[in-house]
Design a protein around this ligand. Structure first.
Ligand code: F6R
Length: 608
């Protein structure tokens, strides 16, 4: 996600900002920019691509002299990566400038209101509305203008704000996007994350939701949205510089697992409006949605596994037949796409060669393609007819976790949208589904809290030769992903089977002590899955069960049980996958594997 660095003090701001932004490069970005007050006015410099471009265009920051400024690395959300869309953004007189991390969810409505009042927009970003809104409310008191803006904007934001008429001040504000401030004898600092300012200070303040910080050269003040002053305690950071990039987590993969509640929340919240689902990006009239006769989901790897879950959810809720294909198969098998079919491609990177080729294949035959994509402006995002973004932010670890969670969430939303339009669920069922969806982020958080218990269990299996994952229905889809997570990072052989298939071959592989992870979240299939559990136990398997809270009788059969909180059965995947991700992760850590960069694998597979 975007990175923010700001400075006000006695040193050259541009040098500190460039240095801090470089420490935030791990967050991923596609363009960069900074604004410095030069004694007379605010000057902005922006560039597309690596930070090095901005560095070379400003001679390492030397051409931008001044001791107050803000900088930004942008990971595109609204609008393609370009100089115009890069931050900072100005108001019309170029006297107020803003950098932003997050998403202003009501930016379309605000943009319209501002345009009606004569404001002209130069970028496609949601951020620009903040600059113009500040301009609209600014009557000489920056704090007052900021609080008024905060009462109008919805969504998530970490903002750095500068006013040319108040060059002795810098402002930082946050809601649901990270932001810290810090101070030393040379000045005060703003940053999205600790590594950016660790070199300058270890005394930082974590800005809380809807708090405003006014930074001056030698002190800072904290305020509520009602302009009441707050007292805050500094936190001493004792991380080493390397740990700091991972926000204290041992690996990016662990950090990203912990970002799943936020990913789910960010993917859901812009699309849930007053108990309805609005997918603005997917602007198909209801009548057309009703006419879709079949959906083809095409993807690779974990994205394919998300698609398998999507099949169960879409078919169950919207009663539309769904076919799921591996992109590498779809593109060459001359697939039968009949009139009334729609194609959904799923990809975190948006660059996977086979998925892109499948998209082109479908389009060349005249079919409409919806992309569920994480990276804004990626090839798939550009070429698909519509794009539904999963707001996971940049994923650094090769093994996907949070982007997969975002993909599931996007598929749930689509299934519910279809179900509503096609009248395949009642009002009461829809409300229950919506309620379950909204509870997912907190429930994922809860499951992440039990990581120590899973770690202890995982440590027993670092020497395992084979581990099997089984389940029925949606639980089979979870098993596929659980198995992939384990094998790709721990190099332990693993396979996932539909539990009913065991007897048709795989059960011959079960030996004394073989670990079989059984996923049993679907109550209507529970007795059948228990029977499969009994069968593998009879052959000496050690059974790890993942099931719903309340199914305590499972302890009579399973050797080790992980319970997931109650949710709608169609959304159980989002919860059951969390302990399986943690299991794979801790087995790999226990084996001493390079978890974030497993051998032979690449994050973005741009060749077939
Ligand atoms: C597994 C994993 C891969 C990707 C696959 C597709 O953890 O990350 O299996 O899911 O390579 O990548 P995207 O989603 O970028 O198309």
């Amino acid at each position: 996600m975007c990175g923010i660095v700001g400075y006000i003090g006695t040193k050259e701001a541009a040098l500190i900002i460039l240095d801090g932004l470089a420490k935030l490069e791990y967050r991923g970005y596609d363009s960069a920019g900074m604004a410095i007050f030069d004694g007379e006015k605010i000057r902005i410099s922006k560039s597309v691509g690596r930070l090095k471009v901005l560095e070379s265009e400003t001679c390492g920051g030397k051409t931008m002299r001044g001791t107050v400024g803000i900088g930004h690395t942008r990971w595109a959300t609204h609008g393609v990566p370009s100089k115009t869309n890069a931050h900072p953004h100005f108001n019309r007189q170029e006297t107020i400038c803003v950098v932003h991390n997050g998403i202003i969810e009501n930016y379309i409505a605000l943009r319209k209101k501002l345009a009606d009042r004569g404001y002209e927009f130069v970028s496609d970003t949601d951020t620009e509305v903040v600059a113009h809104l500040l301009d609209y409310y600014y009557k000489g008191n920056p704090l007052e203008a900021i609080t008024k803006v905060l009462h109008r904007v919805e969504g998530s934001y970490a903002l750095g704000v500068m006013f040319a008429q108040h060059p002795d001040q810098l402002f930082a504000v946050r809601k649901d996007s990270p932001l810290i401030v810090g101070q030393n004898e040379d000045g005060c600092y703003i940053a999205s994350d600790v590594p950016a300012i660790l070199k300058y200070t270890r005394n930082v303040y974590y800005v809380d939701n809807q708090e405003i910080v006014r930074l001056r050269g030698d002190h800072m003040h904290f305020y509520t949205v009602d302009e009441e002053e707050l007292k805050k305690e500094a936190v001493y950071i004792d991380w080493d510089a390397n740990a700091a990039e991972k926000a204290g987590y041992e690996h990016f993969m662990l950090k990203e697992m912990y970002e799943q509640p936020k990913t789910v929340m960010d993917t859901l919240s812009p699309r849930i409006r007053e108990n309805d689902i609005v997918i603005e990006e997917f602007e198909m009239p209801d009548e057309q949605l009703r006419q879709i006769k079949k959906i083809h989901i095409v993807a690779c790897g974990s994205a394919y596994h998300a698609g398998v879950t999507g099949k169960y959810v879409l078919e169950s809720l919207a009663r539309i037949p769904v076919e799921v294909d591996l992109a590498s198969e779809f593109r060459y098998r001359d697939p039968i796409l009949e009139e009334g079919a729609m194609v959904i491609v799923i990809s975190q990177s948006g660059e996977t060669a086979d998925t892109l080729a499948a998209l082109r294949e479908a389009k060349s035959r005249g079919f409409r393609v919806l992309g569920i994509v994480n990276v804004v402006g990626s090839s798939i995002a550009r070429e698909a007819d519509s794009v539904m973004y999963t707001w996971a932010g940049p994923e650094i670890a090769v093994a996907t976790t949070k982007a997969y969670s975002g993909q599931l969430t996007a598929l749930y939303l689509l299934a519910m949208k279809f179900a509503k339009v096609r009248n395949t669920v009642t009002e009461a069922e829809f409300e229950e589904l919506l309620d379950s969806l909204k509870r997912l982020p907190d429930q994922i958080e809860l499951l992440l809290g039990s990581k120590e218990r899973i770690q202890r269990f995982a440590n027993r299996y670092v020497g395992a030769k084979d581990i099997f994952f089984v389940g029925r229905g949606i639980d089979y889809a979870i098993s596929l992903e659980g198995s992939l997570k384990l094998k790709e990072i721990s190099y332990i052989h693993s396979e996932a089977y539909a539990a009913g298939e065991l007897k048709h071959g795989t059960i011959s592989l079960i030996e004394e002590g073989t670990l079989v992870a059984v996923v049993a979240t679907q109550q209507h299939l529970y007795p059948k899955t228990i029977s499969n559990m009994v069968e593998v136990k009879a052959r000496g398997a050690f059974v790890l069960a993942v099931t719903n809270e309340g199914n305590h009788d499972i302890e009579k059969v399973a050797d080790y049980v992980i319970y997931i909180p109650k949710t709608h059965p169609l959304f159980a995947n989002s919860l059951a996958i969390v302990p399986l991700q943690l299991f794979g992760y801790y087995v790999a850590v226990g084996k001493g594997c390079d978890v974030d960069k497993p051998r032979n694998l690449a994050k973005s597979v741009t060749v077939e």
